[in-house]
Design a protein around this ligand. Structure first.
Ligand code: ADE
Length: 250
């Protein structure tokens, strides 16, 4: 997968060189290209923002640098894995970023992220971009960050770990909270590792019972308990038949 990010803070995305995403890049599974938006400004101050039409607080990102930056990225289509990327614009007013959307994005050969600072990007940039490629405005949660770069880190990590070959064990994300399947919409329950006793606390005996059916049922019950405690809103979305199917399969 190819990922382009146009930003005034490419250094904010340095964590993409680290850990899971960094390793995916090193293995050639991910090809990340960071672009400095100011490279497409032509005044001495490299200005990327201006006051909003209609007044109001804050500044708006100017259309000209964004237009040229997107033109330049789209020109890469010749050499990229797809003719055009899918563009993702992080904004608190976007559609929610969910595991389903992460799964959908992980299927794309090419993503282009356009994180904004200030009050956002002049709307015409997104309207014009939408005539050339698919554009989604996406929010990572109901809070306001200082800019979209951290949201890009969140989305790239959630997508990258789904790419084939990125996680050591392909099963690792099968039981993720929010993963599709029997455990869909159930939060993952607690996990334990060795030693079996630590500071007088023992692991739940079932986990060392060797009874895989009973362990799976216990995990499901813990997941239900945690979901009702932390996310009661998800309980209604659980498919009881799927949960029972898992039980019968054991
Ligand atoms: N930019 C600022 N806040 C954001 C959020 N919650 N999600 C995505 N992008 C943002």
């Amino acid at each position: 997968m190819r990922i382009d990010v146009v930003t005034i803070f490419p250094e904010y995305l340095a964590p993409l060189d680290v850990s899971l995403v960094g390793k995916a890049c090193a293995k050639g599974l991910l090809d990340v290209h960071l672009h400095q938006l100011r490279d497409w400004t032509y005044d001495v101050h490299k200005t990327v923002d201006d006051t909003p039409y209609g007044g109001g607080p804050g500044m708006v990102m100017k259309p000209e640098p964004w237009g040229l930056a997107l033109d330049a990225v789209l020109e890469q289509g010749e050499s990229a894995a797809a003719p055009v990327p899918r563009m993702i614009v992080p904004t608190p007013s976007g559609r929610p970023f969910t595991q389903d959307l992460a799964v959908e994005l992980a299927e794309e050969p090419w993503l282009l992220f356009a994180p904004a600072r200030y009050e956002g990007i002049d709307r015409r940039v997104l309207d014009e971009a939408a005539t050339r490629m698919r554009v989604d405005e996406v929010s990572i949660g109901d809070y306001v960050l200082a800019g979209g770069e951290v949201a890009v880190l969140v989305m790239v990590e959630a997508v990258a770990r789904l790419l084939p070959g990125v996680l050591g064990n392909a099963e690792s994300h099968r039981d993720d909270s929010f993963a599709p399947g029997a455990m869909a919409n159930l939060l993952e329950g607690p996990v334990y590792t060795k030693p079996a006793e630590w500071r007088g606390r023992e692991v739940p005996p079932i986990t060392v019972s060797g009874n895989h059916g009973a362990i799976a049922r216990w995990r499901r019950d813990e997941a239900l308990r945690r979901t009702s405690a932390h996310r009661p809103d998800l309980i209604g979305r659980i498919d009881p038949a799927a949960v029972d199917r898992k039980d019968r399969a054991l």
